[in-house]
Each structure stands twice: as C-alpha cells, then as structure tokens.
Ligand binder design. Structure first.
Ligand code: AQP
Length: 334
C-alpha cells in the first residue's frame, strides 16, 4: 500500500443496495480512493445477524462485488474483499469483546430497532454487531471511515474500544475518524419518511434499489408519500418533500434552495417525476455496468481472492500485535 492514510468501509450484502446506501456511502468511494489507501469490504458476516436465505445471500455477495466495481472502485488501487475471507476479523472481535460491556451494546439504536423488527430472532450476533464492526475498522489501522449518519454511534464505540485497548495494553490501534457526507447522509423511506430508507424493508415501494430500471424508479417516486399542502419547500413539518428535495439535490448537485426555486409554483406530480428522472440518469449506467460485470463470476471471484490476500497481510500484522500485547504466546511454525 502507498504511504497514505488508510480508509475502511464495509457494506452488508443483506439485499440489493438502495440509493440510501449509495448516497450515504458508495458515491464517496471513487474520489476518496485517490487520496487514501481504500480498503472496501463486503460485511457478509454481519449479514448473518438477520436470518438470510443462503442462496439469496450468495447472489447478493456477487451483486455487491459487481456494484462496488461499477461505482468506480479500482480493484488494483484499492483493496476489495469479503469479510469472511479474512478470519482476523472474528479473531479480533473476540479480543475486543473482552473489553466491551453488555450495557454499551444494549443501548445501541440499531440493536433496539432490529430487535423490534426481528422479535423472533434476537440473537447474540445482533447485539455484538458493533464489536465486529470495531474489529473490521481497527484491524486496518484505519484513519477514516465514510459512513451514513446511522452508523455514527457504532463508530463512536470503535473509537472507545481503540482508546480503551491502547490505555490497557499500550499504543496498538489508530483511533479512526468518521466521514459523514455533507448532504444526504440520511435518506428516508419513500413510504414512511420519518424512518430511514433500508434495503431490507419489506415494502418494496419504500426504497429505490440500485437494481431498479428507470420506469420502476419513476413509478416508485410517483407513489412516494408527500405532505398535505402542495408547496415544494424543505421543512421539518414536511418530511416527505424534504426527503425528495434532498435526493434531488444530491443526484443533480444542486443546492436545496436552487431546487426549491426551480419547482416554485409547480405541483407535486411534476416534481416527483423530475426527481425520478434525475435519479434514473445516474443509476441506470451503474446498473448496466454492474450487470455486465455480474456475467463474469470468475472475474469477481478473482477480485475477491486478490483482495483477501492483500487485506490479510495488513490484518494479521495488527492481530499478531494484539495477541502479543495481551500476553498470548506466538505459535511456532516449521
Ligand atoms: N438511508 C440511508 N441514508 C444514508 N446512508 C445510509 N446507509 C444505510 N442506509 C442509509 C449507509 O450505507 C452504508 C452501508 O450500510 P450497511 O448495508 O452496512 O448497513 P445499514 O446501515 O444497516 O444499511 P441498511 O440499508 O439499513 O441495511 P439493512 O436493511 O440490512 O439493515 C453505511 O455507511 C450506512 O451508514
């Protein structure tokens, strides 16, 4: 890796990504990989915290690999790999578990939300999710983590665990900083604009998936829940229109104020179609490139194989240091 700071980001292959994942995380990666050593992971082990259909999960792992590449991740410049291919992640998570307290995990918003959503499967992995995420980040001596606003609390825990470990055992981990984009860090559901847009939402009309074709995108925006009056302005009392303005401005690179001016006096119908068209214009070429890459599984397997080999070299350097610091004896080889 070059002499630059390390950037780490992971996305779960828990479904087809939404424009929320794209705006909150993916769209920043292409530019960031020029200034940082980009380490991009498929958080496939995290995905197991919610019950998955194994065949669908396998398909989603390839979908996400192809999507990363279609969004501009350069697999030679950056490292792209699957979390489950580098076992140092779960090994470091175990050590971090021994310095993390149940109370810290039980108060996490995502744990509470997902426990409500999956009442029939509140498992230990769901609670321990932030510790595995901390291990993901800390293994790579990461300095920058691009995240959507929903992951801020988890990043705080990763920082706390790094500092706690360093205080107990001496300087071992870099303490990572979060990078939250200035706009559209929290894209809301099209059906319930007070909730965040999520790829695992059971209501398919609540999100725009990166797999939706232009007609589907426009149809979904036409059905988006809006607010009772018909003024196109952003305000806390108008979460539906505010969300659509945020999406429009992120996809067109216009400010919210300019967008408000552009649609002053126009009706919701025209506005929703314009939002759909702006989104489709950006998403459609990415979708087509992703599908082209998906047709070549051998290539995708190769990308993941090379990525895992490169990731492993960095990860085991950190893990060996951790094992040494806590007093474990190094295994003799040969
Ligand atoms: N609605 C969103 N707006 C902005 N950013 C978002 N992210 C997720 N949803 C939004 C950001 O996308 C990155 C990858 O997220 P993830 O897949 O690892 O987990 P998540 O945050 O739990 O995403 P989902 O879509 O809500 O997945 P499910 O439905 O499986 O739980 C993160 O940087 C996240 O902040």
């Amino acid at each position: 890796m070059e002499d630059k700071k390390n950037l780490f980001s992971a996305i779960q292959p828990s479904g087809i990504l939404t424009i929320g994942n794209y705006l909150g995380a993916l769209r920043h990666f292409r530019a960031l990989q020029d200034d940082y050593n980009g380490i991009f992971s498929l958080a496939d082990l995290h995905t197991l915290t919610v019950r998955q259909d194994p065949a669908v999960l396998r398909k989603n792992i390839y979908e996400l690999t192809a999507l990363y590449l279609a969004c501009g991740i350069d697999a030679e410049k950056s490292i792209l790999f699957a979390q489950s291919h580098v076992s140092a992640h779960t090994e470091l998570a175990w050590v971090l578990n021994t310095i993390c307290y149940p109370g810290e995990l039980m108060r996490m918003t995502q744990y509470k939300d997902k426990s409500k959503k999956h009442e029939d499967n509140i498992n230990m992995g769901l609670m321990d999710y932030p510790v595995l995420m901390a291990a993901d980040i800390l293994l790579y001596q990461t300095e920058l983590v691009p995240i959507g606003a929903d992951q801020k609390q988890h990043l705080e825990l990763a920082r706390d665990l790094a500092i706690r470990f360093n205080n107990l055992y001496g300087e071992t981990f870099k303490v990572p900083e979060g990078y939250i984009g200035k706009s559209a860090a929290r894209v809301m559901s099209l059906a319930e604009p007070t909730r965040k847009m999520s790829k695992s939402d059971a209501n398919l009309n609540a999100f725009i998936s990166m797999n939706d074709d232009p007609d589907t995108i426009i149809r979904k925006f036409k059905r988006a829940v809006t607010d009772s009056d018909n003024q196109i302005i952003a305000s806390p009392e108008k979460p539906g229109i505010t969300n659509l303005l945020t999406i429009y401005s992120a996809f067109t690179n216009k400010t919210i104020e300019d967008a408000e001016k552009e649609f002053a006096g126009k009706g919701y119908g025209d506005f929703k179609i314009a939002v759909g068209e702006a989104v489709a214009e950006v998403i459609e070429p990415i979708r087509q490139e992703k599908n082209r890459l998906l047709a070549n599984k051998d290539y995708l397997d190769d990308v993941l194989k090379c990525g895992a080999e490169r990731a492993e070299r960095i990860a085991y350097r950190t893990l060996n240091k951790v094992y040494r610091k806590v007093g474990l004896v190094q295994r003799k080889r040969g």
